[in-house]
Design a protein around this ligand. Structure first.
Ligand SMILES: NC(=O)C1=CN([C@@H]2O[C@H](COP(=O)(O)OP(=O)(O)OC[C@H]3O[C@@H](n4cnc5c(N)ncnc54)[C@H](OP(=O)(O)O)[C@@H]3O)[C@@H](O)[C@H]2O)C=CC1
Ligand SMILES: CC(C)(CO)C(=O)C(=O)O
Length: 325
């Protein structure tokens, strides 16, 4: 199979090493220090002190690779528009594009999903439709990542905890191609499951991180402190109830209460969310994919979102001030 990782950071690197270990030859599109490191040393995954190193064919220009069978996109959301500008040569009629990213994706309302707003383009994540044009939804397989990884250095990924992927067609169908992809990912040792409606899994993950992530960016606090403050937890619950209602109107029933979900977040302990890590590292934040888009979905489904708006307003002020949004 021709496989390409576009975005060989923490998650792309973790999946990539798994694929290479399963016997696949790996292409990577990278840039700067990551490209140099991959060309020099290959791609490494650290588990404790154990290093697994695999060779990769790393290039700067997708033209050098041509059409792939599978492209894994694993960039932070603000980088996606840049990827869309250059990904064209990798995508043919039968290419699967596995989107391993957090937040609501541009293809969320595709495949007949979304009830009254099915097919709607989400301006918060794809303002002018350029991403959807570059990466047609017929090529997309959705993905939710349940794992925590980081980078020790360019090309050197560290796995912390979690080993799960949920994948699914936007249409929810168990097509032959998604079953083949499921088998491939399972062969890497990653616990991969096939979802009958991947948008529901996307939304459920978002239900947890659309609040704690921006609040951590605003306050600089770890998840234990955020969850430990009664007023902040109450505010988080109010935002979550808005998202729960939006979900209900587009076909996603969440049976949990916010308090049920807080119990899961509390288990993270003193965890720095990915958005807090981004802020501390001076990287652009995934605010639009996690929060702005929920506000947009609220407008589209006629759900008032005063708490989400407050969260978005405060978080964008802070991150704009820092030059990260
Ligand atoms: N890390 C985690 O534990 C988890 C992450 N996620 C989600 O997964 C997604 C990926 O996150 P993560 O792996 O942590 O991010 P990273 O920042 O570690 O990796 C992103 C990689 O993409 C590369 N990249 C960005 N733009 C381009 C481009 N135009 N061309 C080539 N390479 C590019 C970056 O390279 P460069 O350094 O050159 O910018 C970087 O190597 C995010 O949506 C995140 O929220 C989900 C669950 C857990
Ligand atoms: C906080 C956490 C782990 C779950 O809500 C998360 O999704 C993130 O850090 O991006």
């Amino acid at each position: 199979m021709k496989i390409c990782i576009y975005g060989a950071g923490a998650i792309g690197g973790w999946i990539g090493v798994g694929l290479a270990q399963a016997g696949e030859r790996l292409n990577v599109v990278a840039r700067g220090a990551t490209l140099e490191a991959l060309q020099r040393d290959g791609l490494s995954l650290m588990r404790g002190d154990v290093r697994t190193r695999v060779p990769v064919n790393a290039v700067a220009d997708p033209e050098a690779l041509g059409v792939q069978d599978l492209v894994v996109i694993a960039v932070k959301a603000p980088a996606l528009a840049g990827v869309a500008e250059r990904i064209g040569p990798l995508i043919g009629a039968d290419t699967i594009v596995l989107v391993a990213m957090n937040g609501v994706p541009w293809w969320f309302l595709e495949g007949g999903f979304g009830g009254p707003i099915t097919g709607h383009r989400l301006a918060a994540v794809d303002p002018d439709g350029a991403i959807a044009r570059a990466i047609p939804s017929r090529n997309v397989v959705g993905c939710v990542v349940h794992a925590s990884c980081s980078l020790d250095a360019p090309g050197v990924v560290r796995h912390h905890f979690g080993n799960g992927l949920i994948i699914g067609e936007p249409s929810g169908e168990a097509t032959p191609r998604v079953q083949k992809l499921l088998a491939l990912l399972k062969s890497t040792g990653i616990d991969t499951t096939l979802s009958p409606q991947i948008q529901k899994d996307v939304w459920f993950k978002l239900w947890g991180n659309m609040t704690v992530n921006p609040i951590s960016a605003l306050t600089g606090c770890t998840t234990d402190l955020i969850m430990g403050d009664d007023y902040v937890r109450g505010f988080i619950s109010a935002v979550m109830l808005e998202a729960k209602e939006i979900g209900r109107r587009i076909g996603i029933e969440i049976t949990q209460s916010p308090e049920d979900r807080h119990e899961i977040t509390k288990k993270l302990g003193a965890f720095k969310t990915s958005m807090l890590q981004d802020v501390e590292a001076g990287r652009s934040v995934e605010l639009d994919a996690l929060v702005t888009v929920v506000r947009e979905l609220g407008e589209l489904t006629a759900v008032a979102t005063p708490f989400t708006d407050a969260l978005l307003g405060l978080a964008r002020l802070r991150t704009r001030q820092l030059g990260l949004y």
